[in-house]
Design a protein around this ligand. Structure first.
Ligand code: ADP
Ligand code: MG
Length: 259
């Protein structure tokens, strides 16, 4: 361990070389289904990891365990060196440290766009309302929907709603954001406007885990591609390596179907 610099995080000394998000030997079952098998994955601060793989391979479940929407049966998950809490205030804080953007937007339908981005800042981060509104307007501008503040989600296009969802995640100042197929529910002409916002976040150094079938995004934004099949991580490589020279038959087969 000599030579590893230590950084202070919330009073705990964490080796800088250690991942921000670390899964060690994680296993999970749904009844008889062994949905996550011996998962080891360490995500560095500022890293963009794209997770790909066939439907049903466990990608969503993997994301959901990282912000504890799902519990695990064995192994460990740490964020910034700390194990995931299972309940109470600590769990609420974890959920705000680990942002999540879903396929289905999940905005609050009866709140305006602005209120959607203000709410968590006030309730969880305990910011005063004016400050939260300032920050919300700034973020909504940044994702290109600043002029939509007073509308309700249903009045926006899918691409606009997803950008609001990203602004809402950013408003919590998360340590990492998980994206679970964020463009899969969008009409084709709206996919790029969302991917461009994500590209910019990646360039700005946000730590991101992105489940996607958008291979162009994987090539240009990912530091690493993780390929899953049947609940296992089958391959991990840089995008260049993975797309030009997949090693496993499963990955070759998958790529031949989607490229
Ligand atoms: P992916 O996101 O890669 O398509 P998922 O993580 O959604 O895969 O699902 C992996 C497997 O776990 C699938 O077979 C799915 O049907 C099953 N599964 C997911 N969630 C549940 C659940 N809450 N209860 C039972 N089975 C589930
Ligand atoms: Mg999924």
């Amino acid at each position: 361990m000599s030579g590893v610099s230590m950084s202070k995080v919330d009073g705990d000394a964490v080796p800088a070389a250690e991942g921000l998000v670390v899964l060690s030997d994680v296993n999970k079952h749904f009844g008889a289904l062994h949905v996550l098998q011996d998962i080891d994955l360490s995500i560095a601060r500022g890293e963009v990891v794209v997770v790909i793989g066939p439907s049903g391979s466990g990608k969503s479940t993997l994301c959901r365990t990282i912000n504890r929407l799902e519990s695990i049966d064995s192994g460990s998950i740490t964020i910034d060196g700390k194990p995931l809490p299972s309940e109470g205030k600590e769990l609420a804080r974890l959920r705000s440290d680990v942002g999540m953007v879903f396929q289905s937007f999940n905005l609050f339908a009866h709140k305006t766009v602005l209120e959607n981005v203000v709410l968590g800042q006030v309730k969880v981060r305990k910011k005063d309302k004016d400050e939260a509104e300032r920050r919300a307007r700034e973020l909504l501008d940044r994702v290109g929907v600043g002029s939509q503040c007073d509308k309700y989600p249903a009045q926006l296009s899918g691409g606009q709603q997803q950008r609001v969802a990203i602004a809402r995640a950013l408003a919590m100042d998360p340590k990492v954001i998980l994206f679970d197929e964020p463009t899969s529910a969008l009409d084709p002409e709206m996919i790029n406007e969302v991917l461009e916002v994500m590209q910019q976040l990646a360039r700005d150094g946000m730590t991101m885990v992105v489940v996607t079938h958008e291979m162009g995004f994987a090539r240009s934004a990912a530091n690493r591609v993780v390929f899953m099949a049947d609940g296992r991580i089958v391959e991990e490589a840089t995008p260049d390596e993975f797309f030009s020279n997949p090693r496993s038959d499963r990955a070759k087969d998958f790529l031949s179907k989607i490229l």
